[in-house]
Design a protein around this ligand. Structure first.
Ligand code: EPU
Length: 334
């Protein structure tokens, strides 16, 4: 059975019955036609950067390797760019910057593939993919038919979309179109970006400056999956009632609270986990990253069970101490 060790950024040595490297839509359509109904139960992998593989997979794994970068249309102000689902996300972002297309610079250095990006509505430093998303094409694994999804049909939310909920596992995203700016509008609201820009004496930043700064910030606190296996933020930042957040603030004045719509507030999961003493702690082959408590790492030949045990222990502590349930952001795959 082929190993998926180099296809998941946690670096877990899990196997699958068959690994299919999908390089074109035609190849995928042919596979579905020949393997009906098995194709419906296949697992889809992109960059493998937001998954926890729970054990060997007794079904084929379809790895998205469809490559394409092209301009679909342009006007004076905007450009619609199309990227293959198997494109590396960061390389695509840097290509857009070189071409002078703005909008993706805050999302620099996020590990993973273009096709996986809309699934969890990736976001960082004040920008989410939904802000620049135009549409996507996806192939139904049951029928082999292509469907175009516009923004509303994707039901984007905080680190989620219809592809993580109602249509989970049903569609293979072959390409994504983005609406980018030729006249740039920078998102500099995130404090760390401004600090880093002024450290560099940049007063009139370009999209490349913003991208470079985001890369530096990420490198300073997030582990490189090539060196330390991890899946980025392991949990979502919990969204709780503002009244409860206000009470917590009385007991814990330093708790980071970000007010949201509808009398709700977002709390930093990393802060909650650190307060429970987990930052830098080890448990079996797994660990909680020493520079950022929201990142669980494969410290030393971790098994999926090592990561699961650490996940459960952290959830238990945060629930005991703060009465808050942490929900994993990473997709668990059985
Ligand atoms: N914090 C701590 N201790 C820690 C880690 C963080 O106290 O160990 C505090 C920080 O001091 C800060 C707050 O928590 O006050 C927020 O931390 P940070 O700015 O690092 O952001 P985050 O909320 O932990 C989110 C995203 C990241 C994204 C960053 C930057 C989620 C689940 N995570 O992290 O996305 O890069 O904001 O925008 O929303 C990912 O989704 O995989 C990911 C890395």
């Amino acid at each position: 059975m082929p190993s998926l060790k180099s296809y998941n950024t946690f670096g877990l040595d899990v196997r699958c019955s068959q690994l299919v490297r999908v390089r074109s839509k035609a190849q995928l359509e042919g596979f579905i036609l020949e393997n009906n109904p098995l194709a419906e139960s296949c697992i889809i992998l992109g960059g493998g950067s937001n998954v926890l593989l729970l054990g060997d997979i007794e079904r084929p794994v379809l790895r998205n390797e469809i490559k394409e970068r092209s301009v679909v249309s342009e006007s004076k102000k905007h450009v619609i760019v199309r990227a293959g689902g198997g494109e590396n996300w960061h390389r695509f972002v840097r290509w857009c910057i070189r071409e002078g297309y703005g909008g993706l610079e805050n999302l620099s250095l996020i590990p993973g593939s273009v096709g996986a990006a809309p699934m969890q509505n990736i976001g960082a430093y004040g920008v989410e993919i939904k802000d620049v998303f135009h549409s996507l094409e996806a192939v139904n694994l049951k029928t082999g038919k292509t469907r175009v999804f516009k923004k509303a049909a994707c039901a984007f939310g905080y680190r989620t979309s219809v592809f993580k909920e109602r249509l989970k596992g049903k569609y293979f995203i072959t390409s994504v179109n983005f609406k980018l700016d030729k006249i740039h509008q920078l998102s500099l609201s995130y404090g760390a970006i401004q600090t880093e820009l002024s450290n560099r004496n940049v007063s009139n930043p370009t999209i490349k400056d913003v991208s470079d700064v985001v890369i530096a910030i990420r490198r300073s606190k997030l582990p490189d999956p090539k060196e330390i296996g991890n899946s980025g933020s392991f949990f979502k930042n919990p969204i709780i009632k503002s009244a409860k957040a206000k009470n917590l603030k009385k007991d814990y004045p330093t708790i980071p609270v970000y007010p949201q719509a509808d009398k709700m507030s977002k709390i930093s999961a990393g802060w909650l986990i650190e307060q429970c003493g987990w930052k830098g702690k080890k448990m079996g082959g797994a660990g909680c990253y020493k520079k950022h408590a929201l990142i669980l790492i494969n410290r030393k030949n971790a098994t999926p069970q090592d990561i699961l045990k650490l996940c459960a222990a952290i959830q238990e502590s945060v629930s005991q101490k703060f009465g808050i349930d942490l929900i994993p952001e990473v997709n668990f795959i059985k």
